[in-house]
Design a protein. Structure first.
Length: 212
């Protein structure tokens, strides 16, 4: 099995690892993907993983298995969502891939860990179900092995309340606000945003049945 291990924005600490910039792009990844690896292992942040998955999507290589080794588990939503063990490297290289929903957004990106939009003043829907009309401190979305996306509407104040919704898509229309996807803030305030399940799943080296 041909495996390429990408050290994203960090120094390669093992022989054979390939150093690429943080959040690598087309020119960084395409020459490596052209070697037709069976598995791509990303060592870095959730944002690095999202950048690699996006390139796999755009080059029609979602049939490749994808492993992940978080550079900092405490800052990684993917580590928990995928159920990664402490020895994540051995698992990423040798573990079995399982299909998990690949979540996209309407700005051309993908979401592998956690997305956040807010504060929100507007409306939000999970599929056809009204999730919010009015204000909320934030809306958080993660991939979900059930329908595709798991949305949480977070109401602040003295009594913090969270309402959960699961479906294939989560749509928000609101006054201009901030979106953060896998730890990276969108460059401009947005009035509309959608996260939705792609038609093809990601072959992730993850623990089966993990939910968002």
């Amino acid at each position: 099995m041909a495996v390429v291990v990408l050290a994203c924005g960090i120094t390669a600490t093992r022989p054979g690892w390939r150093e690429v910039p943080a959040m690598p792009g087309k020119s960084d990844l395409d020459p490596l993907l052209a070697t037709a690896p069976d598995r791509v292992v990303v060592v870095g942040t959730d944002a690095d993983l999202a950048a690699v998955v996006l390139r796999l999507l755009r080059t029609e290589r979602l049939d490749r298995a994808v492993g992940f080794v978080p550079a900092d588990r405490r800052r990684s939503a993917v580590a928990g969502l995928w159920g990664l063990p402490r020895d994540a490297l051995d698992f990423a290289v040798d573990g079995d891939p399982v299909p998990i929903p690949l979540v996209r957004d309407d700005s051309g990106g993908v979401l592998v860990g956690r997305g956040r939009i807010g504060p929100v003043d507007g409306e939000a829907y999970c599929d056809d179900q009204l999730a919010l009309r009015g204000r909320a401190a934030a809306i958080e979305v993660t991939p979900d092995s059930g329908g595709g996306v798991h949305g949480r509407v977070v109401h602040g104040g003295l009594l913090r309340r969270v309402r959960s919704y699961r479906g294939r898509a989560f749509q928000v229309g609101c006054h201009p606000t901030t979106v953060t996807s896998d730890g990276v803030e969108h460059p401009r305030p947005v009035r509309r945003w959608t996260w939705y399940r792609h038609t093809e799943d990601l072959r992730a080296v993850a623990v089966p049945g993990v939910r968002g």
